[in-house]
Write a protein that binds this ligand. Structure first.
Ligand code: MG
Length: 307
């Protein structure tokens, strides 16, 4: 081979090598994309079957993405989209009321109302005791209600039984978390404190005992994580009941359990038409239960686009 031919071969080989390298480089993102499950330009597929009853294909690239919610720095803390109701320092999100209504939003009888008004002469002023990092029930000083009203929510509440144990059954550490001021998850000392099962700690009061007794000892902080679906009415007609999913200290107590209606004592609960949203209420049962770290998230449905 002549010197000039050798040069030409070298140039061709070099050119082919460069072309191959360029090709390999252009293939690199495609290979990485394939590995991450992404094909071509789209982040999904439009040649796949439609999901039943939905306007989306399987792996639809056009399906809305949910909003980003930043988790808390510490477990149990409020995530980025939570409404912090009580951070241990101020009660500005709350009001105190002596409920003029009986349990379950039913109007009190004239007799009961007159009796209550008569007894109010000796009542302490409204409001609970704000201490460093927690708030404590002051007997007969009203219930604690959020100023803001809520429908479907995820709720985190921490509470502590009085360390000096007094009373028994329903008179030991009784309070309550009442969604929409109506639907009660019982707060009670559940540690070696026998009582009726549908009124023990974690019960949907008067209806369903919890699936487990996951109580800690008095003097230890405990956590409720509650998902509540509010009932839906069309006019006077109930079209969807309320549902509870509840964890106590991380242990499941209720798994999407239907509520029979607002909390009521010694009667069968039944629904009464109500507003779509109402205050969260912490019950004053005249025992010094403590609360801290309360936050709430409004629940949204699937496929609502990111803002
Ligand atoms: Mg109670």
């Amino acid at each position: 081979m002549r010197k000039r031919d050798l040069g030409m071969v070298a140039a061709i080989v070099t050119g082919l090598a460069l072309a191959w390298l360029a090709g390999a480089q252009s293939q690199a993102p495609r290979a990485a994309a394939a590995q991450s499950g992404v094909h071509g330009e789209e982040l999904g597929f439009t040649d796949t079957p439609m999901l039943p009853g939905l306007p989306y294909h399987v792996h639809d690239p056009g399906r809305p993405h949910p909003p980003v919610v930043t988790p808390p720095a510490e477990p149990g803390g409020p995530p980025s989209d939570a409404i912090v109701l009580f951070n241990g320092r101020d009660l500005s999100q709350w009001k105190f009321e002596r409920r003029q209504m009986g349990a379950g939003g039913r109007a009190m009888s004239a007799e009961a109302l007159a009796k209550m008004r008569k007894s109010q002469a000796n009542l302490p002023p409204l409001g609970w005791k704000l201490e460093d990092g927690y708030v404590e029930v002051v007997p007969r000083a009203g219930d604690m209600l959020t100023k803001e009203k809520f429908g479907d929510v995820q709720l985190h509440v921490e509470f502590e039984m009085p360390p000096d144990v007094q009373g028994h059954s329903q008179n030991r550490g009784n309070s309550g978390v009442l969604l929409q001021s109506r639907y009660e998850i019982q707060v009670l000392d559940g540690y070696h404190n026998p009582t009726y099962a549908d009124g023990m700690i974690g019960a949907i009061y008067g209806q369903w005992p919890p699936l487990a007794n996951a109580a800690r000892q008095p003097g230890q902080w405990q956590t409720y994580d509650i998902v509540f679906e509010a009932p839906k009415f069309q006019g006077e007609t109930l079209v969807k009941p309320a549902y509870f999913t509840v964890f106590l200290n991380g242990i499941l107590l209720h798994n999407h359990k239907e509520s029979m209606g607002p909390m009521i004592y010694r009667q069968v609960a039944h629904y009464v038409p109500q507003p779509a949203e109402d205050s969260l209420m912490l019950q004053n049962h005249n025992q010094p239960v403590r609360y801290r770290n309360i936050w709430i998230r409004r629940l949204k449905g699937y496929d609502q686009p990111e803002k």
